[in-house]
Design a protein around this ligand. Sequence first.
Ligand SMILES: Nc1ncnc2c1ncn2[C@@H]1O[C@H](COP(=O)(O)OP(=O)(O)O)[C@@H](O)[C@H]1O
Ligand SMILES: [Mg+2]
Length: 373
Amino acid sequence: MFYVISEPDFGLKILNSLRCGILSVNLRRKITAINEIAIRIFELDNINHVGKQVEEVFGDQPQLLQILNDAYQMKNLPSRAELDLNIKDGSSRTVGYTISVIKKDDVDIEGISVFLKDLTLVEEMNEQEKLKDRLAALGQMAAGLAHEIRNPLAAIELTTSLIKRKLSEHPAHVSQLDSIHSEVRKMNKIVSDCLEFVRPVKVSTEKVDLQALLEECLTNSLSTVKKEGIQVRKTYYSMPPVFLDHNQMKQVFVNILINALQAIGQNGIIEVACGPSSLVQKNGSYSNAKHGETNLSLQVNLAPYAWVKIGDNGHGISEDFLSRIFYPFFTTKEKGSGIGLAIAQKIIDSHRGSIDVESEVGKGTTFIIKLPL
Ligand SMILES: Nc1ncnc2c1ncn2[C@@H]1O[C@H](COP(=O)(O)OP(=O)(O)O)[C@@H](O)[C@H]1O
Ligand SMILES: [Mg+2]
């Protein structure tokens, strides 16, 4: 029995709201129902197909026709099976389906119905999982390689130093040896960066005052990248201390601040802000999420978090590069390592936080970090 509220057409409302494709066919192989999702899954013209013969509508889907044919004879209907559909661009797509018979009464059958779910997304997610495994294996291999490369590099460095001492009276040779030295140092840096990225992050948390930490990071990065006439705008909202790994989070903020300082010209502006999730910054203005409608809807169901924004009015990042800036070794700088943001993301992940970026070429870039409170 299907128990339904006595409201007229309530059963139809449920059917209309189902988030899967529905197709039903009668004994004469005529379509008796088809919903919009099914039309989209089968890539049909968005018109009413009810009353048409299945062969006419699904002529290019032999597997589906076979299933519709076999359904009447099957003793045990599949409760969950997969079906490959041919789609217009010549490729195929996997959909999951369940099939049921529509009964007229206890004995007689009136037709069959098929419920469909597009599995393409599920398959893509499986692929992502596999990719993650492969990347983890690659990381292990890189760590192994880095270790192996370090020793020969140290040997080269030592030997060149010894030769340099012996050839001190031949300046031409000494300068050649110096360039070997400098290349070896570069390789050493790459190997160390690689090891640092691959090494698992161990988080040891303590109560940290975010505002004080940001101040410390600002002082630190402003002394590293010296530029004239920089303006720093700060907006700190009071909030309880956050449990963080102080040194690791310092590395995150310093990496982001140094990038911002490198992206701006003379007279550039750096904006640093932080606050609790109850106070969310939107387009430069602050509103109380408890009263601000737009923010409220986003806050529901979310555990409280602390947010940090670091923005600049520098050259910005093109759309093409934006998806790659967190990849290890992705850099657009002549002397960049491309490891800063990759490490920042890894550290934030291990704090169960998130990092987002918004950027417009010529206008600037803003990083938004959220950390659970
Ligand atoms: N604030 C920013 N403004 C413009 N580009 C940025 C900014 N932050 C990061 N980027 C881009 O992201 C890339 C990767 O950054 P990062 O991982 O820190 O490596 P690196 O600074 O060594 O290049 C940079 O090379 C740059 O292209
Ligand atoms: Mg950097």
